[in-house]
Every structure is written in structure tokens, then in C-alpha cells.
Design a protein around this ligand. Sequence first.
Ligand SMILES: Nc1nc2c(ncn2[C@@H]2O[C@H](COP(=O)(O)OP(=O)(O)O)[C@@H](O)[C@H]2O)c(=O)[nH]1
Ligand SMILES: [Mg+2]
Ligand SMILES: [Zn+2]
Length: 366
Amino acid sequence: MKESFRAQWEGLYHLNPLKQQSIHNSLPHGRVAVVHRTCFEVVAGDGLFQCELTGAMMYGRGEGELPCTGDWVIFLPFDEGRGIIVDMLPRERTLWRRKSGTTSDRQAIAAWVDRAFIEQSLDENFNPRRAERFMAQIVEADIKPVLVLNKADLDLNREEVERQIEHLARRMPVFFTSIRQPETVGALRSAISPGETVVFVGSSGVGKSSLVNALCGEVLLATSEISLSTSKGRHTSTRREMVAMPGGGVLIDTPGVREFGLTESDPEALAEMLEIDRYAAECRFADCTHTDEPGCKVLAAIARGDLPREVYESYLKLRREAWRFSASEHEKRKKMKSFSGQVEVAKNKKDKMRWKTRTTFKSGRR
Ligand SMILES: Nc1nc2c(ncn2[C@@H]2O[C@H](COP(=O)(O)OP(=O)(O)O)[C@@H](O)[C@H]2O)c(=O)[nH]1
Ligand SMILES: [Mg+2]
Ligand SMILES: [Zn+2]
């Protein structure tokens, strides 16, 4: 059992040097494979552990700072296959989901990600605008994007699709896949290097879980078909999000993510990603917003038909969103400041009171 476990996770399990920075560095560490409500399944050097959090871990952090799939945690093992998480290593390359539409609250989806596969299916789900949005957020998180267009067996006009993603194909690798065409799955598999962590993002139903299963050559994740069927033969009762692909690579499946807003604002990076910067450099004004200025070369490129209007509109929308987000972050920090200010004032008052009582007491004794 342990042997096969080791073989399966070989390539995933290595020492994370950041562990040394933790005060708990004498304990074992591992990666979170899936988060249940309060239980974290941790993959470690000698097996899988079902872990809970210590009180300090649970209450000392905001929701966005709780361990997510892919995170490295340090845990105290007890019993067979059980443990308590006492610390979490500082995160790198994290993918976030924005929580409730307008606020800037965010929740971590996956951490320590090297590449994100933006998956869409070649039916009504295909949407270059959404792919642009995903690409923008992924690149901002310092993760490399890949576009995976699945269900290539369906007869969507391939040439038309290729025309619509021309600009995206210049920014990231593109794969056309189908779980019914093994050679396409094989091509994607050979693009995944040993030891790298790949997260699958995209709407529900595009075939993320199916593709992860196909890449691994076995049914590790429940797909919508399996979860709908009542067939008893299938054994997918244990939910997983992170799996090891035979021959290398750690794959993280995610449920359909709808709220996937930009969390940082870097209009220049956006301009580069959507190739607005090609024209923007020549605008008459250095601070041109490319909306109504005279001598704007971006607007000229649209008029000439060199820059697709949809891409430009995508750019404006993402830019607005990024600004709105950074504005709300700013608001939040301001509120926090004034709140801690009030706490200070209250504390000073209390100290003074205490001082007063004490002096009265002392003088009373005299
Ligand atoms: N025609 C076709 N159907 C697919 C393909 N990949 C997945 N599906 C089907 O799409 C549905 C959703 O798949 P699932 O993996 O659960 O999608 P997820 O929600 O993204 O994880 C299932 O019925 C799959 O059988 C494909 O390449 N071609
Ligand atoms: Mg799924
Ligand atoms: Zn301009």
C-alpha cells in the first residue's frame, strides 16, 4: 500500500526549503490534496493524512489565509493517517477567486501553481472574452497560462475558432483536445513536465475532471456522468482535487469558477497581454486612456480593422475592473486604519483610567 502510494506521488513529494523557516520545522510537512469543510487531506512523504487545524490556525487567520488545495502545511501526526496542521508555509503563485461580486474579499483556490490550463469546450461554452479574463488574472498571479479547447470531437468550425483566438495563441500555447481522441490527450500529457503543478480552470461541464482522468489513465475524479449515474462499480467516493499524473506532474482540478475577477491592477500588463501596447506607444499623449483622445493610435487601429473591437472592449472592461478592485482595497485599508486608530484611543483612555484608579488608591492609602 505504502509502496504504491510512494510510486504514485513520486515527483510531487520533495522537501520544501521554506519549511526551515517555521518554528515547527522538526515536524513533517505535506501538500493539501483536498479541503473538506474542516478536514484537510494532506499528502506527505509516508502517506495520506486526514488533518484538522489547531485553534490558532483556525481563528488566527482570515478565510483567505486558510490552507487551500496545493498548499504546503506542517502537521503533527497522530494515530494511523491522522494529524493536526500546526503551520502553513508562505504561499507562492496562488490562484484566487473573488467572493461576492463587488467586494474585494477573496478566497484561495490553489497554491504553488506553475501553470494554469484555461479549459473551454468547443460548444456554446467557447468564449474568447472569458479566456482573456482568465489569462489576465493568471498572468498576474505569476502563473503561466495555457488554453485548452476540449470536446474537439464536436463539430464547431475549427477555422473560425482559430481566427477568434489568434491574439491569444500569440500569448500562450493552445491545445485542441477530446477525451475521445487519445492522441490529443497524449499531446497534452507530453506538455506537462515532471514535478510541475498544473491547475485546471473553466466553467463546470467543459470536461476538466474527464481530462484529468484521461491524462492519468484512470478514473480518479468524479465527472458529471459518474456522479449522476448510480452504478456501483465505480469507486469515486473519496473526493480529490490534487492528483499525481503517472510520469510526473501534479494536476489540480477545480469546480467551475464563475467569480474570477482581477485582484490587482496593472493596466500596463493588461495592455501588453491584449496587444493594446503595440499601438499605444504611438499615441499622441503619453497618458492617453485610448477612449476619446485625438491622435490615439489604438482607436486608429480599431478603425483600420487591425485591432479587433471585441479585444479592445475586453481591455477596457478588465481595466475598469482592476481599478475598481484597487479602489475597494484602498477603502478597506482606510477603514482598517481608522478602526485601529479607535482601538488605540480606547486603549489610551483605559490606561489613563487605570492609572487614575491606581493613584487614587495609592493616595487613599497614604
Ligand atoms: N463530446 C465530448 N464530451 C466530453 C469530453 N470531455 C468531457 N466530456 C463530457 O462532458 C461532461 C462534463 O465533463 P466533466 O469532466 O464532469 O466536466 P467538468 O465539470 O469540467 O469537470 C461529461 O458528460 C463528459 O463525458 C470530450 O472531449 N468530448
Ligand atoms: Mg469536474
Ligand atoms: Zn491612445
